[in-house]
Design a protein around this ligand. Structure first.
Ligand code: HEM
Length: 534
């Protein structure tokens, strides 16, 4: 069992020598049925051709690239392009088609059409790759759950499902999350203390917390540290500085994403064929993150040596995700990838979603008071538990509504291995299908007064199935977000604790503008919130 000391030596391996996995979709009953009857009603010859789907003008070879140039496209504004395309071409058809060189894609803007896509994705759903794919392929062999496909994806995914997604596994982590959040509340109290003041050249209002997103990020990393490695990484514990490795991990991560965004959004994706400066820069940061993750794993191995080597140690007794994966004999480099994903993904996504959630609460005092009443009544000054979470109905609606207003991952994509009929048009196999949930979430045909933060709209979703299928912040189906239960729990516990201790005040002048960095959207300007003791 204890054989991972060599981990760091494995890292500089240059070439991927593992088997090449071809993705293939087995014919399941659902796929058979949906592909040929329920949704693909139109026989292939009666479908309208893909070229007739509305969209920007396509030029020979370069496709709609000139349109992006004319619109002064910026990679960090990609999500706004989805909205713009909808307004210009997609209001009627709910579909917009585009092409650059050999890559063609279609944007989907209706919940019914999104449902058709999911119903036909089969047992091994596939989504387009991002630039990190090439790094992982070169250095780790295994691409991790988010990027791997076929049987290898399924094997890794079932490990995550059992230790991270299963309701009981997620609930087991609640006490640890409470520990972290209580420290976080104390941390916020200290940062918010004092009247108007200047911190690092920034003029702060009473109760205002400087660099709030960074502080939330530290707490997200701290939460994942306890879940993944049973380890506190510091930074939000009174008197305990952020662990040096965790600090470096955060820094490298912040430096990596702008490069990957640039590569992922580049029209011609030349980095796939020729090394570029941007690719090399991304690689440097990513390798540093690998080295830090490997060090954290080795430290775990050293401190838990006796437990890991004992005969009694099994997956069932594993206290955290890392030891569970070890118990399941996960190969070293694959395990390294999984650990890095856990720490990196959770830090970015959870913190940005929490940041925007707090903005929604702060800017809606009526909601905040109603929430405070519910939390006080249900918790009675105690901790959040799996049991009392069931009664925090309004709190859950608040979290849901904030992800509707500000979906930090604005949609997801699929590539099907067969032609599909969407809204009467033929979409050939291999076309990238973008499911634009963020645009649907602000569509007045689906959501009444979509620009208003109204958690009540979620109190009875059975009345509005279209709403439910437009709001999929974690995607859908076997490839949906595997961390979704953990994230929800984290956000519920943070919100319940903060609202019961503080009245949160919004100091921003306007609704936040969002930009795309790496794997999610983040507020373009720091959100200014003040925390006043209740
Ligand atoms: C607010 C936070 C988060 C949001 C909004 C989010 C959203 C998403 C979305 C939209 C997808 C794609 C789903 C699809 O294609 O159907 C996804 C996939 C994934 N997420 Fe999350 N996520 C969050 C946090 C996390 C966390 C904390 C973890 C780790 C514990 C995580 C791990 C993953 C993984 C591994 C995948 C790939 C799953 C697969 O391909 O099988 N996510 N997430």
């Amino acid at each position: 069992m204890y054989r991972y000391r060599v981990l760091r030596k494995c890292l500089p391996i240059k070439t991927w020598s593992g088997p090449t996995v071809q993705w293939s979709r087995p014919k399941t009953a659902l796929v058979e049925e949906t592909a040929h009857s329920a949704f693909n009603k139109e026989a292939p010859e009666t479908r309208r051709p893909f070229e007739e789907i509305p969209g920007p003008k396509l030029w020979p070879i370069v496709g709609c690239f000139p349109n992006y140039l004319a619109n002064d496209f910026k990679p960090e504004q990609y999500h706004k392009m989805w909205q713009r395309r909808f307004e210009e071409y997609g209001k009627e058809s709910k579909l917009v088609a585009e092409r650059v060189l050999h890559r063609q894609w279609v944007n989907v803007y209706s919940p019914a059409t999104a449902k058709q896509v999911f119903a036909q994705e089969g047992e091994y759903p596939k989504r387009p790759q991002m630039s990190l794919y090439y790094l992982r392929k070169e250095h780790l062999g295994h691409l991790g759950v988010a990027l791997e496909n076929g049987e290898r994806w399924k094997k890794g995914r079932s490990l995550w499902n059992r230790k991270v997604l299963r309701p009981q596994s997620a609930e087991d982590f609640i006490p640890r999350l409470n520990d972290v959040v209580e420290d976080f509340v104390e941390h916020i109290r200290q940062l918010a203390a004092g009247g108007p003041r200047e911190v690092n050249g920034q003029q702060l209002m009473p109760g205002e917390v400087p660099n709030l997103l960074t502080e939330i990020m530290k707490s997200a990393l701290e939460m994942m540290g306890t879940i993944a490695l049973s380890r506190r990484l510091g930074g939000i514990r009174p008197g305990v500085d952020l662990d040096l490795d965790a600090h470096r991990f955060m820094t490298e991560n912040a430096l990596l994403w702008p490069h990957s965004t640039k590569l992922d959004m580049s029209a011609f994706q030349l980095f796939r064929y020729f090394p570029s400066k941007t690719y090399e820069a991304m690689k440097g940061h990513w390798l540093n993150m690998c080295a830090i993750t490997a060090k954290l794993m080795e430290e775990y191995n050293d401190s838990m040596k006796d437990t890991l080597e004992s005969e009694e140690f099994t997956g069932d007794s594993a206290p955290d995700v890392y030891s569970y994966f070890l118990a399941k004999n996960t190969p070293a480099k694959e395990l390294l990838g999984h650990m890095q994903d856990l720490l990196q993904v959770s830090m970015d996504t959870t913190s940005n979603s929490t940041n925007l959630l707090l903005y929604c609460i702060a800017s809606n005092p009526r909601v905040q008071e109603k929430l405070y009443e519910e939390v006080s009544e249900v918790l009675q000054g105690g901790r959040v538990t799996a049991n009392n979470l069931k009664d925090l109905r309004y709190l859950k609606c608040c979290v849901k509504e904030s992800s509707r207003m500000f979906m930090t991952i604005p949609g997801t994509s699929r590539i099907l291995d067969h032609d599909i009929a969407l809204n009467g048009y033929n979409v050939p196999k291999g076309t990238y299908i973008n499911l634009c949930f963020q645009t649907m979430c602000r569509d007045p045909d689906i959501f009444e007064e979509p620009h208003e933060y109204r958690p009540e709209r979620w109190l009875d979703v059975r009345k509005a199935p279209d709403m439910a299928f437009s709001h999929l912040p974690f995607g859908f189906g076997p490839r949906s977000c595997v961390g979704r239960r953990l994230v929800d729990q984290e956000m519920y516990i943070i919100l319940a604790n903060l609202v019961s201790k503080f009245r949160i005040e919004n100091l921003c002048d306007s609704e936040p503008d969002l930009k795309w960095i790496g794997i999610n959207l983040t507020a373009s300007e720091p959100l200014r919130l003040a925390f006043h003791e209740r």
